[in-house]
Ligand binder design. Sequence first.
Ligand code: NDP
Ligand code: MG
Length: 387
Amino acid sequence: MKKIVILGSTGSIGISLINILKKNKRQFKIELLTANKNYKKLIKQIKFFNVKNVIITDKKSFLITKEILKNKNINIYNDFNSLSKILKNKNIDYTMSAISGFDGLEPTLNIIRFTKIIAIANKESIICGWCLIKKQLNKFNTKFMPIDSEHFSIYALIDDIKSNNLEKVYITASGGPFRKYPLKFFKNITLKKALNHPNWSMGKKISIDSATMMNKVFEVIEAKKIFNLKYNQLEILIHSQSYLHAMVKFKNGLTKLLIHDTNMTIPIFNSLYPKFENNIISKKLEIKKLNTLDLQEISQKRFPVISIIKKLKDTDSLFETVIVVANDCLVNLFIQKKIKFIDISNNLLKILNRKEFIKYKLIKPKNIDEINKLSNYVSLKINSMSI
Ligand code: NDP
Ligand code: MG
């Protein structure tokens, strides 16, 4: 039986993985599940898989979970400090890191020592802490797999090829709900409209990032770090059908494409079964769709945040944390209906141009405390600004 941990089991990615595990229940033992608030879903998962260790970070939800499960002999914790107590000597085979936002970084870093494979969906942790993650992966001989569909596809195309053979990597973008939306109506975009992604069903935060196109900015940074590229080797292309997930141009003249259904189950499933040990039931991709491989340049006028990429340096820096945390704060303000949709991009660009933040482009992150300290500083600053 493979021993599994899921960080963020009640989210969109977590549930997709749970659904795969459900179909093959006898092959897996879940050693730990974590959630933030959704105790109802978490309790269902605990019962189905007979899980003995859970972390639920929201205090109120933690207390409710404890009360509901009080006679069940289950260890319920309120924070990630208990990770080593839970996982010591457990020899985990596969961990999925699928917490949303910046808060995914620390648990991801801390869990690497306990697991043979870490599949990371939480892009924010790769963006802010890749140099620290890489150190942990090497130190504990843990295998890494990217789960973001574009990165999983690039990884699948170049797995056996050194990245210094890569000339260019194209990151495809569906264009989100506002690919063709009239610019004059952008100022009135509602939360409901922004959450309504035409092709993908995802958590709230990433859906908003897809609507502003910040998600692609993150994916370019993510790809740069994972595959050790330079920013000028990466390009975003609008591909509204969302079936082409990676296009990689090699220095030997070949260009490889990876195509699959618009469904996150595919990268998740393949990270779990990397050697074709099992079959996936999925909708068959309509091959005729490939007759219209629609690829277009992205408009900076429509999606101003993509200008952020041009200003990035090729070296790892703390500035990436500023970008992630500033965006997290602004997206939260929009979700709470405190700012307008266009204020996310406008304010993000203004904030990233401030001298007090630009200076972090020159500082390489040394440890998690430094990243956390900066994150607290950025959120405090933004929440005290009049936006
Ligand atoms: P969701 O919002 O659907 O789920 C997030 C999960 O993390 C939930 O289990 C949630 O718990 C938990 N969580 C949220 N905040 C905290 C916190 N502060 N501490 C501990 N746990 C927390 O997100 P997604 O599944 O959509 O995305 C997860 C990650 O994967 C993100 O980083 C996203 O960018 C990335 N990703 C997602 C894709 C997708 O298709 N969804 C595609 C590619 C990447 P609770 O439910 O209790 O609130
Ligand atoms: Mg993606």
